[in-house]
Design a protein around this ligand. Structure first.
Ligand code: SF4
Length: 752
């Protein structure tokens, strides 16, 4: 007899965390709709979320570990093995390298999907600690690391990021962000487009600064087509205007370093930066006055402001605009979420934020949040000498497509002695692996989107238990077992030891927290409570502890009607915890207990920005210069989704967008093949002419280039596109964050 059931869970495929309604018939998902009863997403659904079952059903998705047979990935064959055999091979490979060359000889690369999986969020850190290598890399340094650094310097906590209060603001200034395609990032806001439309409907204004006339820019009141890589110049000039015209509104008991900033931004007049940004000085002044005059206003910058040579200064300047106009921590401005799993019990003074506690072996790059720049990974593998990386562990990462100078990345991966990847696909990176360990699909695991609820425009919580049962190890079990192997033979092979350690640590922390309502309870008693339901796993237990001891928690019965995992389980559509509320100064973790606006690292980097401005004014760019920027497509998410037929069929999406005037000068017509060449490489892509891009700027989407031999992505290989990171330059990093420069790459374009 056919059985049909309906289930609700949060979509894990981008940061928006929309509610899904899934109909399951005889163990298979037969329909996906937006969950209309989800109070945060209200039924919103994009094409990616609608395709989640296709990912689960994808025949190319690995269901069991595989090992490579043969040295050359292009000609190797692959053998499916049992988990026991896979663990034996991983143990031999990792231990061999560690015993011979030390722990630094093993590098770790954590990919962006790690943040979308609860098991990886909770177990990546223990894995990294167990490996004990200084060579830790992640997708953060090809993405948002500048935001972590600016938040660390301003607020003392690199994870304390203000988000735009979209639902209450009167004026939204958006830079380098395209939520009509990406659905928002570092800003969890299901139906971001709908929230934008409502800003305008209630009489507010939206200004979009972007070299492309994106769908987001088209939906705004005003488009400012900036020259790529100059957002920091524009934002600092806006700060100049605010101080010059006395438009600042600062609580100087909360903010320090104001005078240093006022002095430092003084040379950045709109007239000076205008020719470098490509924006009229009068427009810069007008934009600033409008921002300052709005009843509430918020600046929000994303990938285009971060993946440039002044990414940290640009990120800082976005927050500085909000701070000096009195729009930080205020309704309608930029606010700090207080998710269910955050206790909110910080006390206003902390240890501050430091970087550079160690430096990389080859490029002498400072560590930032325990990581070196991803762009430096190939150097650490290929450069001979003591400390050379010989083994690599990747978790949900595709550095072969994601980090700069992909040709050299491939050389580096081929040079490794041993590589193990936790990944559901044999892709452009994992084709180099010795062993691939596949985690369950997103429908086979439990989820609570810890990172994204910490960035949400409303406080919201939703827990999603596994929908489809699996006998395969869960991701946290895979990562736990890897951690034991890396620790050494004495650690044994029972991941339960690690589970116990994490749970006990979480409970001990909650019992010892300031003013803890459970200060008189014992770990053993509370352990028994969270483990009462045998159907739940370790990650559920950990989330339960965090929820119970969070700002909205029940503190194991001490707070009546507070939240627990049971309460979330009883609310499959999620629980709305209300609009964001002010959190300062309590949430600050700087040593001073204030917002440190004039952090010395920022003041120093503003001097570098000033020197760059002088240089640009002294040496104006040639009129026919072209620079490359990336772009996002609604049906795509980095390199993740290109093996889903329904998402990639139809018109070609990996095209070189180019203004018709630039195309004509290069002798290129729509659809013609063009060679795009940078300092480090060249690719050929079809031209798509459009007036929706600034003259002098060309654009390729990232995450493509699925034509590598040895990968097993049948659909993606049919529409491979080209890899934009063949063109990006690992030599041009943002020095404060180590973030790669992926936008504003000088290129030449010619017909082929
Ligand atoms: S916007 Fe993001 S979270 Fe929402 S359905 Fe699409 S992919 Fe899923």
């Amino acid at each position: 007899m056919t059985t049909e059931t309906i289930h609700h869970r949060a979509c894990p495929l981008c940061e928006a965390t929309c509610g899904l309604e899934l109909t399951v018939r005889d163990g298979a998902v037969v329909r996906v709709r937006g969950d209309r009863d989800n109070p945060f997403s209200n039924g919103f659904l994009c094409p990616k979320g609608a395709s989640i079952a296709k990912l689960h059903d994808d025949p190319d998705r690995l269901r069991a570990p595989v090992v490579r047979v043969g040295d050359d990935p292009a000609t190797a064959t692959w053998r499916e093995v049992s988990w026991d055999e896979a663990w034996e091979i991983v143990t031999e490979g990792l231990r061999r390298v560690i015993d011979r060359d030390g722990r630094d000889a093993v590098a770790v690369y954590l990919g962006n999907p790690s943040v979308h999986s609860l098991g990886a969020v909770l177990f990546n850190a223990p894995l990294v600690r167990a490996i004990g290598s200084r060579n830790v890399f992640s997708a953060s340094t090809v993405d948002q690391m500048p935001k972590h650094v600016s938040s660390g310097l301003l607020f003392g906590n690199p994870l304390l990021m203000p988000v735009p209060d979209l639902d209450r603001t009167d004026h939204l200034l958006m830079l380098g962000a395209n939520p009509y395609e990406s659905n928002g990032s570092l800003c969890t806001a299901p139906d971001f487009p709908g929230r934008m439309e409502r800003i305008r409907a209630r009489g507010g204004k939206i200004v979009v600064v972007d070299p492309r006339h994106t769908r987001t820019a088209q939906a705004a009141d005003e488009w400012i087509p900036i020259i790529p890589g100059t957002d920091a110049h524009l934002l600092v000039a806006m700060l100049h205007v605010l101080f010059e015209e006395d438009l600042v509104s600062i609580d100087d008991t909360l903010v320090t370093g104001i005078e240093a900033v006022a002095d430092t931004v003084a040379p950045f007049s709109p007239a000076r930066v205008a020719p470098v940004c490509g924006i009229d000085a009068a427009d810069i002044v007008r934009m600033t006055r409008e921002f300052a005059a709005a009843p509430t206003a918020v600046a929000y910058g994303r990938i285009g402001t971060h993946t440039v040579g002044f990414g940290t200064v640009a990120s800082w300047a976005v927050d500085a605009l909000n701070i000096v106009t009195g729009n930080l921590d205020a309704p309608g401005g930029a606010m700090f979420p207080l998710p269910a799993h955050d206790s909110g019990r910080d006390r206003g003074r902390g240890r501050g934020f430091v970087t550079g506690r160690r430096h990389s072996r080859v490029g002498n790059h400072p560590e930032v949040r325990g990581e070196f720049p991803a762009a430096a990974l190939p150097d650490e593998i290929l450069t001979p000498g003591a400390g050379k990386v010989r083994a690599l562990v990747t978790v949900a990462g595709n550095p072969a497509l994601s980090i700069p100078d992909s040709t050299r990345v491939a050389d580096a991966l081929a040079d490794l002695e041993f590589m193990v990847c936790v990944d559901p696909y044999r892709n452009e990176t994992t084709r180099f692996a010795d062993v691939i360990l596949p985690p369950p699909s997103a429908l086979e695991r439990t989820d609570y989107h810890m990172a994204f609820f910490s960035l949400a425009v409303r406080n919201f919580a939703q827990w999603s238990p596994p929908l489809i049962p699996t006998a395969a190890p869960q991701e946290h079990e895979i990562l736990g077992r890897l951690a034991l192997i890396a620790t050494g033979p004495d650690a044994g092979d029972d991941p339960g030891v690690l589970d116990e350690m994490l749970l006990v640590g979480a409970l001990e922390g909650a019992i010892a927290a300031p003013d803890s309502p459970i200060a008189d309870r014992s770990v053993d008693e509370l352990l028994a409570v969270v483990r009462a339901d045998p159907s739940r796993s370790t990650v559920d237990h950990l989330v339960d502890v965090m929820i119970r001891t969070g700002a909205h928690g029940d503190w194991f019965g001490a707070v009546p009607d507070g939240l627990s995992l049971d309460a979330l389980a009883a609310a499959p559509h999620g629980i709305d915890l209300g609009p964001l509320t002010p959190r300062l100064p309590g949430a600050l973790r700087t040593t001073s207990g204030t917002i440190e606006l004039g952090a010395p690292a920022i003041i120093d980097d503003l001097a570098r920005l000033s020197a760059a401005l002088d240089d640009a004014l002294a040496h104006p760019a040639d009129a026919d210069r072209l620079v490359l920027v990336g772009r996002r497509d609604l049906r795509s998410n980095n390199s993740w989704m290109h093996n889903v037929e329904v998402l990639v069929k139809g018109r070609a999406r990996c095209t070189l967008q180019m203004h018709p005037d630039d195309a004509a000068r290069a002798g290129l017509a729509d659809g013609a093949a063009a060679e795009i060449r940078s300092r480090v490489g060249a690719v050929v892509a079809p031209v798509e002419t459009t007036t929706g891009i600034r003259r002098g700027v060309v654009s390729l989407p990232h995450g493509w280039g699925h034509d590598r031999p040895g990968a097993a992505l049948g659909v993606a290989a049919g529409r491979p596109g080209v890899n934009s990171n063949v063109l990006t330059d690992p030599g041009t990093l943002d020095p404060l964050s180590g973030n790669a420069t992926l936008n504003g790459i000088p290129v030449t374009v010619r017909a082929v």
